[in-house]
Design a protein around this ligand. Structure first.
Ligand code: ZN
Length: 312
C-alpha cells in the first residue's frame, strides 16, 4: 500500500470525444490532436472548466470526498472550539479498535514529509501531543485524508497552536495542523487527501518554522508516528489497530505492547508548595533515585510548583 496515488492538481482525465489520457504539461502532441489549453476554477473548488485547443470546453468534476453524514458530525463543535469529545475519557473507549485508514476511494497524503524533530512525549513538564516537523516558512501543508474542516482559526483563541486547522476525517480520526503561516480552508469545508490546506509557519508557541501535527480518536491524542512514516512519506498500514493504552503520552510508536502498557500505567505527581523529592518519594512509596531516573533529572534539581513528575 506504500504507493497510493495522491489526488494531485494535475488533471489526467479521460472523457467524451477525446477519450485519451492527457498530460496538460505535455507539448509534444501532433498538430491535429486536440489538447487542453487551460483550466479555469469555478465557485465550486471541485468543479473545473477545461478549455481545449479547438475552442470547445467542458466541465470537469474532480469529485468530492464522500461523507456518510449519519455518524460523521457527532460531537461536532461550534467554530470556536478546538477540541471535540471533551467529555469522553480514555477509559470509556474500547480496549481495541480497528481504524480503516484508507481504501480505494479514500487515499492518504503525508501532510509534510520530513524527519520528526520532536515526537509524541512528555516534554519540559508538559505533554507534547503531536509531532514536530521542521520546514521552511511557506512550505505547503496538505490534508492527510478526506474529510471536513472542523476548526480553522488563529490568534489568541488557539493558544500555543497559533494558526490551527483541525480536520475530521471519514476514517474516524481527526488531525491537527499547528503554527501555520496561512490557512486556505474554513470551518465546514470539505477537503480531499492531498489538498493544500495552508502554509507552514511559526505562529503561536513555536521556536522556528515547523508543523505541529496531531492525530486524535474521539478527542484522545496518540502518537502520529503510528499512522505515518513522516521521513519516507508513507503510511504504516491500511488498518490501524488502536489500543487504549496508546492514548497515554508515554506510549509511542516503536514500543512493544508490554512496554506501551507499562508506560501508560505511569503515575504523575504535580509538585505542590513546600514539597521536595524526598517527601514525594515517601508519599508514593518509592525512592528519590527512582524518580530521578524516570524523569531524567538530578537529585539536586530544584522543583517548581505545578511541575509534573513521573513517580511510578
Ligand atoms: Zn509540537
Amino acid at each position: 500500500m506504500k504507493k497510493l496515488i495522491i489526488l494531485a492538481a494535475s488533471l489526467g482525465i479521460t472523457f467524451g470525444a477525446f477519450a485519451q489520457e492527457r498530460d496538460s504539461t505535455s507539448m509534444e502532441l501532433p498538430d491535429d490532436e486536440v489538447y487542453v489549453m487551460d483550466t479555469l476554477n469555478t465557485q465550486d473548488k471541485y468543479l473545473k472548466i477545461i478549455i481545449y485547443s479547438n475552442h470547445t470546453w467542458q466541465y470537469h468534476d474532480e469529485g468530492r470526498p464522500v461523507i456518510d453524514t449519519s455518524n460523521f458530525f457527532i460531537g461536532w463543535t461550534d467554530a470556536g472550539q478546538i477540541h471535540a469529545f471533551k467529555d469522553v475519557k480514555p477509559a470509556e473507549l474500547p480496549e481495541e479498535i480497528d481504524v480503516k485508514l484508507i481504501d480505494e476511494n479514500n487515499p492518504y497524503c503525508v501532510p509534510y514529509q520530513a524527519q520528526v524533530r520532536s515526537g509524541y512525549r512528555f516534554r519540559r513538564s508538559r505533554p507534547h501531543n503531536g509531532v514536530d516537523l521542521s520546514l521552511h516558512m511557506g512550505d505547503t501543508i496538505r490534508a492527510a485524508f478526506n474529510g471536513v474542516i472542523r476548526f480553522s482559526s488563529g490568534g489568541a483563541a488557539t493558544g500555543g497552536y497559533g494558526n490551527l486547522i483541525v480536520i475530521r476525517h471519514t476514517n474516524g480520526l481527526e488531525t491537527y495542523y499547528g503554527h501555520l503561516s496561512r490557512r486556505f480552508v474554513e470551518t465546514d469545508e470539505p477537503v480531499k487527501a492531498g489538498e493544500a490546506i495552508g502554509l507552514g509557519g511559526s505562529t503561536g508557541r513555536s521556536t522556528g518554522p515547523h508543523l505541529h501535527f496531531e492525530t486524535r480518536y474521539m478527542g484522545q491524542s496518540f502518537d502520529p508516528e503510528r499512522v505515518f512514516d513522516f521521513e519516507n512519506g508513507a503510511i504504516r498500514d491500511t488498518i490501524l489497530t488502536l489500543k487504549r493504552h496508546y492514548f497515554s503520552i508515554y506510549s509511542h510508536y516503536g514500543q512493544t505492547d508490554s512496554e506501551s502498557k507499562a508506560a501508560a500505567g505511569r503515575i504523575i505527581h504535580k509538585v505542590r508548595k513546600g514539597e521536595n523529592l524526598g517527601a514525594i518519594a515517601r508519599k508514593y512509596g518509592t525512592t528519590v533515585g527512582a524518580i530521578c531516573r524516570l524523569n531524567n533529572i538530578s537529585s539536586t534539581k530544584i522543583l517548581r510548583i505545578g511541575q509534573s513528575l513521573i513517580v511510578r
